[in-house]
Design a protein around this ligand. Sequence first.
Ligand code: ZN
Length: 297
Amino acid sequence: MNSNGEDPRNVKKKTRSSVHSNGVWHPVGMRLRRGVVAARPSFVTLGCCFPFPPQRLVWTMFSSSLGEASLERAASGAPPDPGSPPPPLQDHTAEIDALRETGALFYARGWSVGTSSNYSIVLRRDPLELLVTASGKDKGRLTRADFVCVGPDGQPTQSGQAKSSAETLLHVAAAEDENVGAVLHTHSVWATLLSEHYGGQGGWSLAGYEMLKGLAGISTHETSEHVEIFANTQNIPTLAEQFRQLRNDAPERLRHGYLIHKHGLYTWGRDLAEARRHIEIYEFLFECEARKLQYQR
Ligand SMILES: [Zn+2]
């Protein structure tokens, strides 16, 4: 018995029980498995595990439903709520849905986790206009509100749109080639590891693989494909200029894509289907190359 005349074992049990009911002491995994987090997030539990503030986390978790709400509001013609996220674009729903499906696939494959990656489709030329993913969105759960239209300077072509991806100018630079209809960027484990391994020499070649035939214009395994590796930087305009310069000076080094050191892969295609295929081919070959290095040790 304690000073209150209670058995200490019962006090402990009671305390644990009340904390449990407030949703604080649960391990995150347990809550996720039970789906409790989505219904009533615990900031205390999750705040220590994720490197961004609870408000951002809540937005990410509920972005799907909010996107649909914005869609309904936009469809009704009602003015946007000043406190709500930007409404979805009224046009380009086919392209948007195709990129949403791409995001779900890449997320499931582990190539676009943690809100990383960005995707774009060329909407028109003269002047160039791209549909590109908005900044910081969960690629596994993209909504129709998670896209922006940008012009040749990478700036939104309409007011009130969501913020475009920080790497938008790399999409614009790749899409300046009139043969490019879509640009895809992923952050996979194998691409990240290989870009570190070969980063010091600026790139390496994929050679002799049957799967190289999945890259546009290649019809035999008896070939090699150079993979350029650019230094990583947060100065995207500078990186975009480096890309343009190399494409102009040595286009054979940028036939289908490139890596950024310890960062990820950029590739493109005549259309979204071809760009998606290029991602799949590169990722397959990167995994082959990285596993080969492992067992050659
Ligand atoms: Zn990136």
